[in-house]
Design a protein around this ligand. Structure first.
Ligand SMILES: Cc1cc2nc3c(=O)[nH]c(=O)nc-3n(C[C@H](O)[C@H](O)[C@H](O)COP(=O)(O)OP(=O)(O)OC[C@H]3O[C@@H](n4cnc5c(N)ncnc54)[C@H](O)[C@@H]3O)c2cc1C
Length: 341
C-alpha cells in the first residue's frame, strides 16, 4: 500500500470540492487498513475514511491528516434455509451495483434505496434512507475496525443505534471503520410502494403489484427526474436533514403554514418537510448565490457549479439556515458531513 502526500481531494468527492490531503491512501484489505491507521497514529495526524465521497464537503484548504479510501471488495450470499438470505458485502462495494444484484437475486429489503451514490461501508454510517426505506432495518451486523483497540469486532444491529440519518458511527466519530456489512434480506417479501411518488408512479401505470425489478426501475426513473446528475453537477444530495419536532411545535407551525407536510415518527414526534419550507416559506427553490444554488426541482439539494469553493457552499448553507430560523424558528442540521481542516 502506498501513502501519497498532497493529494487533491476534489476528484474523490461528488461535490468536486476540496484542497489537498496531507496524506492519502487506498486500502483493499484488513492488513492495509491497520497499516494506514497505524501510520496516522504514529504521525499523530487525524484520519478520515472515504467511500464514494458523496456525503462530504471538504475544505478548500484540504485535510491536514490521512484520507483512507476504502476499496475493500467482495460479497457473498448465503441461503440459511429460512425466509431470509444472509448477505455480506465489503465496505468498498458500490452501493447501487450491490442493490441491483440483490434485486436480480429476488431478495427484498433494499430495492427502495436504488440509485443512491456511494459505497456499502457508508450506508450504515448515516443509515441511508429513501422512499420509505432505511438501510438500518435490514442490517444484521456491521464488522468494523475499532481504532481505539485496533481489533476487528462485529457490532450488532442494536449496537449500531440506528435512527433517522444517524447511527453510532456518527456519534463515536472516527472510532469505527466499517469493513463489511451483513444484511438480512427476505426471499419472499413484499414491495413497499406506500411512499407518495412511488404510489403515484404505479397508479398512473395501473400496476397494482409491481415486481422488485419494477420498483427498482421506478425509483431510478423518479430520481433521475428529481435529482441533479452528480456526475455533472457538484452535489451531495440533500444538504440538510428534515427537522423532527414535537406535535405541539408542529401544530404551531401548521397554524402559520396550514399546508406544511409532516410525517409522524414512531415516538410521536413529526418529521417536517424542509424542502417544502425552503421552497414555499423561504423562497429558496432555485436560489443562486455565486456558484451555488438550491436545485431547481428540490430546494433541499444544493448544487455547485464547476469552480465553486467550500466557503461558497458553507456561506450559502448559512443563508438557508438563517432564513429557516427567521421564518419558522427551526434550527436545521446538516446531513452532509463538513470535514474540518
Ligand atoms: C445525488 C445524490 C443523491 C443522494 N441521495 C441520498 C438518499 O436518497 N438517501 C440518503 O440517505 N443519502 C443520499 N445521498 C447521500 C450519500 O449518497 C449517502 O450518504 C452515501 O451513503 C454516502 O456514501 P459514500 O461512500 O459516498 O460516503 P462518503 O461521502 O465517502 O462518506 C460519508 C461519511 O461516512 C464515513 N465513511 C465512509 N465510509 C466509511 C467506512 N467504511 N467506515 C466508517 N465510516 C465511513 C465518512 O468518513 C463520512 O463521514 C445522496 C447523495 C447524492 C450526491
Amino acid at each position: 500500500m502506498t501513502i501519497s502526500e498532497n493529494v487533491v481531494i476534489a476528484p474523490y468527492t461528488t461535490f468536486k470540492i476540496g484542497g489537498p490531503a496531507r496524506f492519502f491512501c487506498i486500502v483493499t484489505n484488513d492488513d492495509e487498513l491497520v497499516e494506514a491507521v497505524t501510520f496516522a497514529k504514529e504521525k499523530a495526524v487525524r484520519f478520515i475514511v472515504l467511500g464514494g465521497g458523496s456525503n462530504v464537503l471538504f475544505s478548500d484548504d484540504g485535510f491536514n491528516g490521512l484520507i483512507i479510501k476504502n476499496e475493500m471488495m467482495g460479497k457473498t450470499f448465503t441461503d440459511d434455509g429460512t425466509l431470509y438470505s444472509v448477505v455480506d458485502a465489503n465496505a468498498g462495494e458500490d452501493w447501487d451495483e450491490f442493490v441491483a444484484l440483490t434485486v436480480e437475486k429476488d431478495l427484498f429489503g433494499i430495492e427502495n434505496l436504488s440509485s443512491i451514490p456511494g459505497k456499502v461501508g457508508a450506508a450504515p454510517v448515516q443509515n441511508i434512507g429513501a422512499y420509505g426505506a432505511e438501510v438500518g432495518k435490514v442490517v444484521a451486523s456491521v464488522r468494523v475496525l475499532d481504532t481505539e483497540t485496533m481489533k476487528f469486532v462485529e457490532l450488532s444491529f442494536v449496537d449500531c443505534k440506528f435512527s433517522y440519518r444517524d447511527s453510532i458511527f456518527k456519534h463515536e466519530k472516527g472510532r469505527y471503520i466499517v469493513t463489511k456489512v451483513r444484511f438480512r434480506l427476505c426471499k419472499q417479501g413484499e414491495v413497499n410502494i406506500g411512499y407518495k411518488d412511488l404510489a403515484h408512479f404505479f397508479a398512473d401505470r395501473k400496476i397494482a403489484k409491481p415486481s422488485l425489478k419494477e420498483v427498482r426501475n421506478a425509483i431510478i426513473e423518479i430520481r433521475k427526474n428529481k435529482l441533479p446528475d452528480w456526475k455533472v453537477w457538484g452535489t451531495a444530495g440533500s444538504f440538510f436533514k428534515n427537522p423532527i419536532v414535537t406535535a405541539e411545535v408542529f401544530a404551531e407551525l401548521q397554524k402559520k403554514y396550514p399546508e406544511l407536510p409532516g410525517y409522524p415518527e414512531s415516538d410521536g414526534r413529526i418529521k417536517v418537510s424542509l424542502g417544502w419550507i425552503l421552497d414555499k416559506v423561504c423562497d429558496a427553490k432555485g436560489l443562486t448565490l455565486g456558484n451555488v444554488s438550491t436545485y431547481e426541482k428540490q430546494a433541499l439539494v444544493l448544487v455547485a457549479k464547476p469552480g465553486a469553493t467550500a466557503t461558497e457552499v458553507i456561506n450559502f448553507s448559512n443563508e438557508l439556515m438563517k432564513r429557516v430560523r427567521e421564518k419558522t424558528g427551526l434550527i436545521i442540521e446538516g446531513e452532509v458531513e463538513w470535514a474540518v481542516v
